[in-house]
Design a protein around this ligand. Structure first.
Ligand SMILES: [Ca+2]
Ligand SMILES: [Ca+2]
Length: 211
């Protein structure tokens, strides 16, 4: 019986210890052969996430062809936000998500240092603004955010400062179970002790009855 109590305790603590596997949005399955690019309508559903644009949802996004000179993920694909307006990203089911990092490059991938604002809108109503500049060299760079419990991720693009995105590392937020207070732990341990003592007494009584 003590073993099964120990197993039950171990099982109860397991979900707190095992982190869920993160999802990486690569956009590679949107890739098309060629050297140009194509417009994609929004709201764009990709995996469990949805992207929309303030500019226009008709052709609001651009996916470079696999061998396009502007493709920062040559041979595969990225997703670019079209024009100078605001792009939104949220979960399609409306739940909160964790946004670990996002890869960015300037739209032409020539190494333009473009300044844009990233806005994190959290589930508790708080908002965090970060200014990010794309680096001065071709290729993707990783912007680490480590944001937990995000309701909506917003890109407020400055005029002509177009970016392309790739490898967005996300995960559905898992609400953290509050750790028991020391008093609760003491109560739980006392409870288990009491249960064990009762079992021992009952077993003792049964052995006495048999004897
Ligand atoms: Ca990609
Ligand atoms: Ca770059």
């Amino acid at each position: 019986m003590r073993l099964s109590i120990a197993l039950a305790l171990a099982a109860a603590t397991l979900p707190l210890c095992a982190p869920a596997a993160a999802t990486v949005l690569t956009f590679d399955d949107l890739a098309r052969d060629g050297t140009s690019y194509r417009y994609v309508d929004g709201p764009l559903h990709y995996g469990d996430y949805v992207f929309s644009s303030d500019y226009s949802n008709v052709g609001g996004f651009i996916v470079p062809d696999r061998m396009s000179a502007l493709n920062a993920d040559m041979g595969n694909a990225t997703l670019a936000h079209r024009w100078d307006n605001v792009m939104y990203m949220s979960r399609a089911d409306g739940e909160l998500f964790d946004l670990t990092s996002i890869d960015i490059a300037d739209f032409y991938n020539t190494g333009n240092a473009f300044l844009n604002q990233l806005i994190l809108e959290y589930g508790d109503g708080s908002i965090e603004n970060t200014n990010v500049i794309s680096d001065g060299s071709p290729g993707l760079q990783t912007v680490t955010l480590n944001a937990k419990g995000v309701r909506r991720f917003v890109l407020a693009a400055a005029p002509r400062n177009w970016w392309q995105f790739d490898n967005i590392v996300v995960d559905k937020s898992v609400p953290q179970a509050p750790l028991p207070e020391p008093a609760s732990w003491a109560l739980m341990i006392a409870g288990f002790g009491l249960a064990g003592a009762r079992l021992r007494t009952r077993r003792g009584a049964r052995i006495a009855a048999i004897a």
